[in-house]
Design a protein around this ligand. Structure first.
Ligand code: FNR
Length: 345
């Protein structure tokens, strides 16, 4: 596939829709309920203003980002998204190669359509790559979860991302547990809830792996506090792109409250509706250490495989650098609330 001339970030969604088969498109673009949360995610980033600072020296601007004691080239990661071969035959392999080439991190979905060992082997040795993390659902009980954790550790992933906001969700077929993908089998709500994890399982998991553990899908500040109390290593503020609870708050609203509740106790990441470099900068200013991008990556994948993903990630990184320069910031970590509030102190 070729990337048509002059294509920018805003064009990818429409191009992807043209190229994907309708069923795949329906899966990737789905949202819960009326789409209230999915729309709110985008609108909430849009509603935030950036207050630029001028005449500051930014010639040595770079995107270096420290996570879990290691410096990475960028504060960007690809969000875990299931079944990427539905978007392109190269699937997760293309996404991983493109992310590594751009210095962007990767969170591989529990429902990768390419085996995790194959994905990590393709990119692990790349010196300029970003973090390689693996996402899990805690669904089938502790023994099955531990088996999965050991496989992820053996493959060489550098952190575990436990998704906690999708233990149960609605689908056209009825209620489905996490990790049942595009063709779910229905079950009774009560059956599904029998399997749903609780905080005890998080404490248990934290005690059973040496890898950093992040919880993905935290919105309430008190849940973030509980995560910190249980020595979870990081929190990803997320509403699953508006695909689970419709009417959950936009992540741009939840993030600052969580940052206020937990301070520097653990790194915060965020995703949901981030589609531009200025969105990323706003997230950093609100307290995120790094940012995950989901659907824009799938659109790049559908349009032109690894080349499309690399292009989307390049455009996002370039926009981030440009907006940092325009705001007088040299490092992602230099972004703070003053960028949004313009205090006179
Ligand atoms: C997802 N998401 C997701 N999350 C997760 O933890 N495990 C998964 O397997 C998936 N699968 C998945 C598939 C598809 C098609 C989408 C769109 C999303 C949620 C994802 O990681 C992220 O939280 C959201 O997509 C929000 O980011 P965007 O898409 O608004 O940038």
């Amino acid at each position: 596939q070729r990337i048509p001339d002059g294509v920018g970030l805003a064009d990818y969604e429409a191009l992807a829709r043209e190229r994907m088969d309708p069923q795949a498109w329906a899966y990737f673009s789905a949202f819960a309920g009326k789409g209230i949360t999915a729309r709110a995610n985008v609108a909430a980033w849009d509603a935030i203003a950036l207050w630029p600072r001028v005449l500051r020296p930014v010639a040595d601007l770079d995107l270096t980002t420290v996570l879990f004691g290691r410096a990475w080239p960028s504060p960007l990661l690809v969000a875990p998204m299931a079944l990427q071969q539905l978007a392109h035959p190269d699937g997760e392999l293309a996404t991983a190669l493109a992310a590594a080439a751009q210095g962007v991190g990767l969170v591989l979905s529990a429902q990768s359509s390419v085996p995790m060992e194959k994905v990590i082997q393709a990119v692990r040795g790349d010196a300029g790559r970003g973090p390689l993390w693996h996402q899990l659902y805690f669904q089938e009980g502790r023994a099955a979860t531990l088996e999965q954790v050991r496989r992820v550790e053996a493959a060489g992933f550098e952190a575990l991302v436990l998704t906690v906001d999708a233990s149960v969700r609605a689908s056209r077929a009825g209620v489905v547990p996490a990790g049942t993908g595009a063709v779910p089998s229905s079950a009774s709500l009560r059956e599904v809830l029998q399997q749903a994890p609780t905080w005890d399982d998080i404490a248990w998991l934290r005690a059973h792996t040496r890898l950093p553990v992040l919880l993905k899908g935290i919105l309430h500040p008190q849940d973030a506090r509980e995560a910190a109390r249980l020595r979870v290593d990081g929190v990803i503020v997320s509403n699953h792109g508006g695909r689970t609870l419709d009417s959950a708050p936009a992540t741009a609203l939840a993030l600052p409250r969580i940052a206020e509740a937990v301070g520097d106790a653990l790194p915060l990441l965020v995703d949901g509706g981030i589609v531009s470099g200025t969105d990323i900068l706003k997230a950093l200013a609100l307290g995120a250490r790094a940012v995950l991008v989901g659907r824009p990556v799938i659109h790049g994948l559908a349009v032109a495989g690894a080349m499309g993903v690399a292009h989307v990630l390049r455009l996002l990184s370039d926009e981030l650098e440009l907006s940092m320069a325009q705001c007088g910031l040299r490092r992602p970590a230099d972004a703070d609330l003053d960028l949004l509030q313009a205090s006179s102190q």
